[in-house]
Design a binder for this molecule. Structure first.
Ligand code: NAD
Ligand code: DAU
Length: 346
């Protein structure tokens, strides 16, 4: 594999994936296609500025003209689709952008990749497509999809499109479904970075409902190693679950964060529950572990400590991404070209 297109590479997971791939494969070059929504931040890959094996293209995966031209002329060995609207709470307020990016965007990418005969297409999906578990059991790849939020419904729709292209046209696609990621550079709207940044500022930590919902937490670098394994060694047409073997209630996470941050429990604030809140996610990743030799490596307490240190040391990043001021920051740091790119897309 010499040249790949990564979409959504300015987000939390995509940016880690790009950095890991370039470090691991010296012959590889990557084009990063990202719309730079509120969640996309060029600062996340500022260290790659000037790297000849890396190219940034600002654009929308749902823009068929732009995507067809990029993929048609790109000579890509693979497309890895991270680009998405990713936050459940936002999907409950307005599902429009989720349908456009997560469903239509995936369809546009599939058509362009199929027309250009791209040899591998990996759709980065989520365990949320399976719906919610009761107190026991695990999601396997054979669990029927049963999404509950507009976000997870849009991701499940995209998965079905990907599977249909594989089934109908023999299109060489793969799907990964991972559990909840944590780590540096995560937008501070998701549970862990929101609670860390709020606690650092002595602000309340809003727990939805009773805080008894369970998520299976995995470090973002482990997720990205899993995607790499599936991309290179996965069987075409297959789904691979990736999980952390690390189930925690939201209250457990909150107590642990407060302990590591040395902050009082009085910061906890119980608020109204998320509508339709899924009770529990837990992943069985036996298939990826036995077929691909992948397994998560990062110890949760250690990973969480490092994540806290990162947010403590990057309060400016948090402030800039919250205010959207990172675009001005990036232009000041790296000059005019980006400004012109951005202006063309405004
Ligand atoms: P994120 O919100 O941090 O980043 C999304 C990126 O996609 C941003 O850079 C944004 O600018 C870009 N983007 C959005 N719409 C676009 C469009 N129309 N065209 C081009 N770029 C666009 O998301 P994340 O947490 O990094 O998640 C990445 C992928 O992984 C998503 O597909 C998500 O469903 C999946 N996933 C996330 C998790 C998690 O815990 N965060 C777990 C499993 C799967
Ligand atoms: O499982 C994978 C999914 O994990 C990904 O597909 C999504 O992109 C990602 O956002 C994440 O979805 P969740 O809804 O599980 O993550 P979030 O961080 O929003 O919430 C985690 C849990 O914490 C959930 O039970 C809701 C709760 N929560 C969240 C926030 C933001 C709170 O109690 N308070 C909060 O303020």
């Amino acid at each position: 594999m010499k040249r790949i297109l990564v979409t959504g590479g300015c987000g939390f997971i995509g940016s880690v994936f790009i950095r890991q791939e370039l470090e691991t494969y010296p012959e590889l070059s990557i084009v990063n296609l990202d719309k730079l929504t509120y969640a996309g931040n060029l600062e996340n890959l500022a260290d790659l500025h000037g790297e000849p094996r890396y190219e940034f293209q600002r654009g929308d995966i749902a823009d068929a003209g732009f995507v067809n031209e990029l993929i048609g002329k790109g000579g890509f060995d693979a497309v890895v689709n991270f680009a998405a609207e990713s936050h459940v709470d936002r999907s409950l307020l307005d599902s429009g952008p989720f349908v456009r990016t997560n469903i239509v965007g995936t369809q546009v990418l599939l058509d362009a990749a199929r027309a250009a005969a791209v040899p591998r297409f990996l759709q980065v999906s989520t365990d949320e497509v399976y719906g919610s578990l009761g107190p026991t059991g695990l999601f396997t790849e054979d669990t029927p999809i049963n999404p509950n939020s507009p976000y997870s419904a849009s991701k499940a729709s995209a998965d079905l499109l990907v599977k249909s292209y594989n089934h109908s046209f023999g299109f060489p696609a793969l799907i990964t479904r991972c559990s909840n990621n944590y780590g540096p550079y995560q937008f501070p709207e998701k549970l862990i970075p929101l609670f860390i940044s709020n606690a650092l500022g002595d602000q309340p930590l809003p727990i939805y409902g009773a805080g008894t919902n369970v998520r299976d937490w995995i470090h973002v670098t482990d997720h990205c190693r899993g995607i790499d394994a599936v991309l290179r060694r996965g069987r075409l047409g297959e789904v691979y679950n990736l999980g952390g073997h690390n189930e925690k209630t939201n209250l457990e996470i909150t107590y642990l964060l407060l302990e590591l941050l040395d902050k009082p429990h009085s910061l906890i604030k119980y608020v109204s529950d998320r509508p339709g809140h899924d009770l529990r996610y837990a992943i069985d990743s036996t298939k990826a572990e036995t077929e691909l030799g992948w397994k998560p490596r990062v110890n949760f307490q250690q990973g969480l400590r490092e994540t806290i240190d990162w947010y403590r040391g990057n309060a400016d990043w948090v402030a800039r991404i919250k205010s959207g001021a990172y675009l001005r920051y990036y232009e000041q740091q790296y000059g005019k070209r980006l400004h012109e790119d951005q202006a063309a897309h405004r």
